[in-house]
Design a protein around this ligand. Structure first.
Ligand code: ATP
Length: 308
């Protein structure tokens, strides 16, 4: 049984179509990264999954239950970190957690939870004085109450410094190892790489790709860039490289020293052999993988290779 099934979901706000016949599934036990630029429709999707908003058309089921009909049961088994941090200024971290524990009828220790998110020192301080990162940590601790079967985290790294973002990833991993399914949104590709089994990329309310990070990388043309320094280069050799089956493009980057930049999807040795066959001496070479930013860009901008 999938943890989340989104089926033909459409959501309009007046003239604005935020989601258009969106369908995808999150499998039980996986960490699914929900990625997309600002305004792509991530929060709208999450709000409908949690029944904070109603769809214009389409259906959503969570943990095998209809999202609208069983929203209370779903929320009981789900830990949520909503978009935009909303803490109560006059309540302490302990009081926040006690509230979450009571409303879930859970048996949890506020201190242990705050220890996990690195906020135990501020346990009896009022949230009004918290930094953005501290508030975010508190909200995460609240999401962890009651060992939920499903964690839904909307932009969980917002307001966190690099250490905080790393701790967040560690917690996602720990929760997943405990058995929880994790669904989290982000507009930063790097944040999903380390923890996600699969990534869905949303653009203008439509899912443009769903795959592992590795699979997404492979789908970007010219996945690897090969930079070769040679003793000389001529048009004939450049043409020979371009005509190789695995090569997507080849250009001369500089003449001093002569350097060729080649986009390769398969064997790199064929490129080096083509040069050497023409009596050109390869003095040095290096390879660079397509960065995750390249992958994200290729799916979400009009200039990318996956642009529609
Ligand atoms: N309550 C609303 N009323 C009108 N339009 C809305 C409302 N909520 C969202 N939208 C619109 O729906 C689209 C999707 O917005 P949404 O907040 O879901 O995107 P997002 O991917 O979460 O973006 P971000 O990364 O900026 O949070 C946007 O065009 C937005 O302006």
């Amino acid at each position: 049984m999938p943890a989340i099934t989104v089926d033909n979901l459409t959501k309009s706000f007046g003239q604005t179509v935020a989601l258009e016949e969106l369908s995808f599934q999150v499998e039980e036990g996986e960490v699914f990264g929900f990625l997309g630029p600002n305004g792509a429709g991530k929060s709208t999707t999450i709000n409908i999954i949690l029944d904070f908003a109603r769809p214009t058309a389409g259906e959503v089921s969570v943990l095998g239950m209809d999202a609208q009909q069983y929203s209370r049961d779903i929320r009981q088994r789900t830990g949520v970190l909503p978009e935009g941090v909303k803490t109560y200024d006059r309540l302490t971290a302990r009081q926040h957690l006690q509230f979450a524990i009571d409303s879930k009828n859970a048996d949890a220790d506020p201190e242990a939870l705050l220890e996990r998110v690195g906020l135990v020192d501020a346990i009896d301080k009022k949230a009004g004085g918290y930094s953005k990162g501290m508030a975010q940590r508190l909200m995460l601790a609240m999401a962890l109450v009651g060992e939920p079967d499903l964690l839904i985290l909307d932009e969980p790294s917002t307001g966190l410094d690099p250490n905080g973002a790393r701790e967040m990833r560690d917690i996602v991993r720990e929760e997943n190892e405990r058995g929880a399914t994790v669904f989290f949104s982000s507009h930063i590709m790097e944040q999903v790489e380390a923890v996600c089994d699969r990534v869905g990329i949303l653009r203008d309310g439509e899912m443009v790709a769903v795959d592992s990070v590795e699979g997404l990388r492979d789908s970007v043309e010219g996945g690897t860039t090969l930079r070769v320094t040679v003793d000389r280069i001529d048009d004939d050799a450049l043409q020979a490289i371009r005509s190789l089956p695995d090569v997507t493009n080849a250009t001369v980057e500089s003449q001093d020293p002569p350097t060729v930049v080649v986009g390769v999807e398969g064997s790199k040795t064929a490129v080096l052999s083509a040069l050497e066959d023409r009596g050109i001496e390869v003095q040095d070479f290096s390879t660079t993988e397509a960065s995750l930013d390249d992958v994200f860009q290729s799916y979400t901008t009009d200039t990318g290779v996956h642009a529609r």
